[in-house]
Design a protein around this ligand. Structure first.
Ligand SMILES: *[C@@H]1O[C@H](CO)[C@@H](O)[C@H](O)[C@H]1NC(C)=O
Ligand SMILES: *[C@@H]1O[C@H](CO)[C@@H](O)[C@H](O)[C@H]1NC(C)=O
Length: 397
């Protein structure tokens, strides 16, 4: 075969292969869902709000993260999943493959797995760096979302995304749901005054935070606030933290670099020391947790015995759960109506539901939400919180 002929042959086979691929792809796309093309997403005050989720975990958390992702999925939202640096690239890749195979994700392309992981040191400031990075990515890739929500692999929702969007559609979109207090108590001496270093910021290997022998006084240039690390923050506030011209978010970032459990104080202190945002704080994390008693340092693992209390709590999410605890199956069945390996259905899903058919393999208008029986409780929680906020008795105090 001459050079020319060989070239022709290559071209021909490449052309055949791509034709075949195009054929295969169209077959795949049309057969797997009734609406292979995404319906347009409408954002703005006259449409339901949408949420940007940052879901993270460590080594071995791939299946938990995927399950949680399915449980909180909605085409109008945006998702960034992060398996920390101690997880392997294989695990990360496998998660990306699982996510990309969800029919709606294939069409709406609204979920990503962070390819370049960060180190998440237990109690270290590297967690704040990862959360800020996630928020930056989500701000950049999607201009439509209203609130940013952080979830860890051991969390689970207690409501559907239709319920959540419905409950949040009646409140101002500049509100920030963040549990906080300046009453530091024992934390002042044990959390704020010690100086810690997070080697996750400069060592390639996994390591623990360590303590300096000296301590430092409680700041007086600003007031320190602490609270729950689980936050629901407005787009506007995150733009201020990440893109803003005011230097306070950066100054506090440098300060919190050496504070133990910085994630329990960073956003809290930034927001409550910023006059233009302090009035937007709603003092709640919207989570259901039961604390160990005493010493009230960690939320206990929830199980079937807690189901009724959780379902009636009016919270949006609960933590923490053991991997594949039976209570998660009960939440799937009774609250989310979610089949195994499928996304939680909402008003957008139009395929007929049966044991072999995923109701969300086809869809109609994704801009409508249909609240379920539990939406009422969440709505009450949110409206009580907002009333409480308006009195300002519980705000940045
Ligand atoms: C926040 O609320 C306080 C107290 O009502 C008020 O004095 C202040 O002007 C408000 N700040 C903004 C930016 O609205
Ligand atoms: C749930 O956990 C509590 C301890 O936290 C335990 O006493 C209870 O028996 C557990 N219930 C079930 C159904 O496993």
């Amino acid at each position: 075969m001459g050079a020319e002929k060989r070239w022709l042959f290559t071209l021909f086979s490449a052309a055949t292969a791509s034709l075949f691929l195009i054929f295969l792809f169209s077959f795949y796309a049309f057969s797997s869902s009734g609406s292979p093309f995404p319906t347009p997403i409408h954002h703005g005050p006259h449409h339901p709000p949408s949420f940007a989720y940052y879901i993270y975990g460590g080594r071995g958390d791939r299946n938990r993260i995927f399950r949680l992702f399915l449980a909180v999925y909605h085409p109008r939202n945006r998702y960034l999943l992060h398996l920390g640096a101690e997880a392997s690239d294989d695990e990360r890749m496998a998660l990306a493959v699982q996510v990309a195979a969800v029919p709606a994700v294939r069409s709406f392309g609204n979920a990503d797995v962070a390819g370049k992981p960060s180190r998440l040191t237990d109690m270290g400031a590297s967690n704040i760096a990862s959360t800020l990075r996630a928020a930056s990515v989500l701000l950049k890739v999607d201009s439509g979302w209203d609130w940013f929500i952080t979830l860890s692999a051991s969390d689970y929702p207690l409501i559907t995304q239709d319920d959540l969007a419905h409950a949040f559609s009646s409140v101002s979109r500049d509100l920030n749901f963040i549990d906080h207090t300046s009453d530091l108590g024992w934390k002042e001496e044990q959390r704020i005054q010690p100086i810690v270093v997070d080697p996750g910021l400069y060592l390639a290997r996994r390591s623990k935070i360590f303590y300096a022998t000296q301590t430092r006084p409680t700041p007086d240039a600003f007031k320190v606030f602490t609270g729950s690390s689980w936050v629901t923050l407005s787009r506007e506030f995150l733009e201020y933290c990440i893109l803003g011209w005011d230097n306070l978010p950066r100054m506090l970032l440098m300060y919190f670099n050496n504070v133990m459990l910085a994630e329990e104080g960073y956003f809290h202190s930034v927001i409550c020391n910023s006059p233009e945002f302090m009035n937007t704080t709603v003092n709640s994390d919207l989570r259901f947790m039961i604390w160990d008693n005493p010493p009230k340092m960690h939320p206990v693992f929830l199980n079937l015995s807690d189901f009724i209390q959780m379902a009636q709590s009016g919270a949006a999410f609960a933590r923490q759960f053991h991997r594949d605890d039976p209570v998660l199956d009960l939440i799937d069945e009774k609250i989310l109506n979610r089949g195994q390996g499928q996304v939680s259905p909402g008003a957008w899903c139009t395929a007929r539901a049966s044991w072999w058919n995923d109701p969300c393999s086809q869809w109609g208008d994704i801009n409508v939400v249909r609240p379920g029986p539990l939406a009422k409780r969440l709505e009450e929680t949110v409206s009580n919180l907002v009333d409480d906020m308006k009195s300002q008795a519980n705000q940045c105090k």
